[in-house]
Design a protein around this ligand. Structure first.
Ligand code: SAH
Length: 484
């Protein structure tokens, strides 16, 4: 505050009124307005009016105040802690004000600042949290505007959160050392998991989160690992649960396929560990990742193991879960939108199609390299829709083996690079065109291939023909041939 800042002539305080008598004198709209305002408190309201208007009578009935239908007498102020003169009559308001002052009871006279010992604020009520806005009577409308703005800013759940905080106060004082540490606890309480749970009305979840926060602060927390699906890459395809887990995490260990923007949706001060695993550049082996998760768990950390798509689809989650089980560390799995679903959505491609395809295969195609056709090859031939993960480098094998086994070379194929992301590319063609995928150098993002008759039901308006590339290569070879 600088020397030039104007000083307040009315200083805001919060006055205890629980169970105390507050007297309002007047029977009209002004009195009713004060009654509504004071009715937000636990004071005992006594309303004195010789001729109360029906609205006021109705309010009194609905809110259980005391209504004294009499002309004002000084003894009506007996035992009051606050008095409101709201008769609408200046002489009478003045007489009430004088009587209150004679008894040393603070008084407010509606619209007569000179008769007021205090002013009533515009109120944002999130009991026990209250925000009182005052202008010393200078601008009640301004106060209302400010009130409305603040009201919009603050979650309706804040009061419940403050009450929850109250119920934790004793234990926090016992367990969390005073000073910085305790401040950090409350900071996290009011802005972290308990607040977020309360925001969506999950009171028991908020209590659980607060209990856990307390356990963590007291150093007795057990670690926990969540294997979380990050979806195909678009931030808004992350599930709400995934995001909540990321906001609660101490550590986020993420794969190379998870975009930075998705990782950034986690808690700001969570430790972030890139565990890599992109074809050709393994930054950590699977064993190292398993060990990392186990040691973080043992250290009592809340870990989010963030995997692209769904964690249980080609994510090596099986090995991680086994390592955690063996180490006795609690874990859970949060599903995500797998790449096949994102690619199908980008292509408006029905993965099952009535009368055409009623089953679907998730495969890598890498198992086609062996001598025998895997089971899914037979499924493809019998009409299943096949989604091929990590299939770019085996595209030619997949095509030739499936054709050999009897699938028509004309079977429809859809390919999506960077499904769900703004830079996605879509290609369509037939099984005979599929080998071209292997030789393309212009595709650097993850690629999903979907094969099957159901693919014919997709929307090809925004896709390029898969074969163009191959034809161009062929033409190029021809030209070269002629030149030679
Ligand atoms: N668990 C992941 C799959 C991991 S395997 C999931 O459920 O989606 C990695 C393969 O997934 C990539 O080689 C690619 O085939 C596919 N993939 C992942 N994200 C993709 C995306 N945005 N677009 C296309 N394919 C994707």
């Amino acid at each position: 505050m600088t020397k030039d800042t104007p000083r307040l002539n009315a200083f805001p305080v919060f006055m205890r009124v629980e169970g105390e008598a507050v007297v309002i004198i007047g029977g009209g709209e002004e009195a009713a307005a004060k009654a509504r305002l004071l009715g937000q408190s636990s004071a005992r309201l006594r309303i004195v009016a010789a001729a109360p208007e029906p609205d006021l009578v109705a309010w009194v009935e609905a809110n259980g105040a005391e209504l004294v239908v009499e002309a004002f007498r000084p003894d009506h102020l007996e035992g009051a802690v606050l008095v409101f003169a709201a008769t609408g009559d200046e002489a009478q308001d003045r007489a009430i004000s004088e009587e209150a002052r004679r008894r040393n009871i603070p008084v407010n006279a509606v619209d007569r600042p000179e008769l007021c010992d205090f002013f009533t604020p515009a109120l944002v009520n999130r009991a026990p949290l209250a925000i009182a806005i005052g202008t010393e009577g200078a601008g009640p409308v301004l106060a209302q505007i400010v009130r409305a703005r603040i009201d919009r800013l603050l979650s309706p759940s804040l009061g419940a959160l403050a009450r929850l905080a109250n119920s934790f106060r004793d234990s926090v004082e016992k367990v969390v050392p005073k000073g910085g540490e305790r401040r950090r606890f409350w900071n996290e309480f009011f802005s972290g998991a308990p607040a977020r749970a309360m925001e969506i009305g999950h009171i028991s979840e908020a209590r659980r989160a607060a209990t856990e926060l307390l356990a963590r602060r007291s150093g007795s927390a057990a670690g926990h690992v969540a294997l979380v699906g990050a979806g195909p890459g678009a931030e808004d395809l992350l599930t709400l649960r995934a995001q909540r887990m990321m906001m609660d995490a101490d550590v986020i260990a993420y794969d190379a396929l998870v975009p930075e923007a998705v990782v950034a949706m986690g808690r700001r001060d969570a430790e972030r560990i890139a565990v890599g695993k992109r074809k050709g550049c393994h930054s950590k082996s699977q064993d190292e990742i398993n060990d990392l998760l186990v040691s973080l768990g043992h250290a009592g950390k809340r870990v989010v193991r963030l995997k692209s798509g769904d964690p249980l689809v080609f994510g090596r989650a099986g090995e991680e879960m086994q390592a955690l089980r063996e180490a006795g560390i609690s874990y859970e799995v949060v599903p995500g939108v797998t790449a096949a679903f994102a690619a199908a959505a980008d292509f408006e491609l029905p993965l099952t199609l009535r009368g055409v395809s009623s089953s679907m295969v998730f495969t890598t195609g890498h198992d086609l390299k062996g001598g025998t056709l895997p089971d899914w090859g037979k499924l493809a031939i019998s009409g299943a829709t096949v989604a091929i993960y990590m299939g770019r480098s085996v595209a030619a094998d997949v095509a030739s083996r499936l054709i050999e086994a009897g699938l028509s070379p004309d079977t429809a194929v859809a390919v999506v690079e960077n499904a769900s992301l703004s830079g996605r590319r879509r290609f369509h063609g037939t099984l005979a065109d599929l080998p071209s995928l292997e030789t393309r150098t212009d595709l650097t993002g993850p690629v999903m291939t979907i094969i099957g008759d159901a693919v014919a039901g997709a929307n090809f308006e925004r896709s390029e023909p898969l074969a163009t590339h191959m034809q161009e290569r062929a033409r190029f070879a021809d030209v070269e041939g002629t030149a030679a």
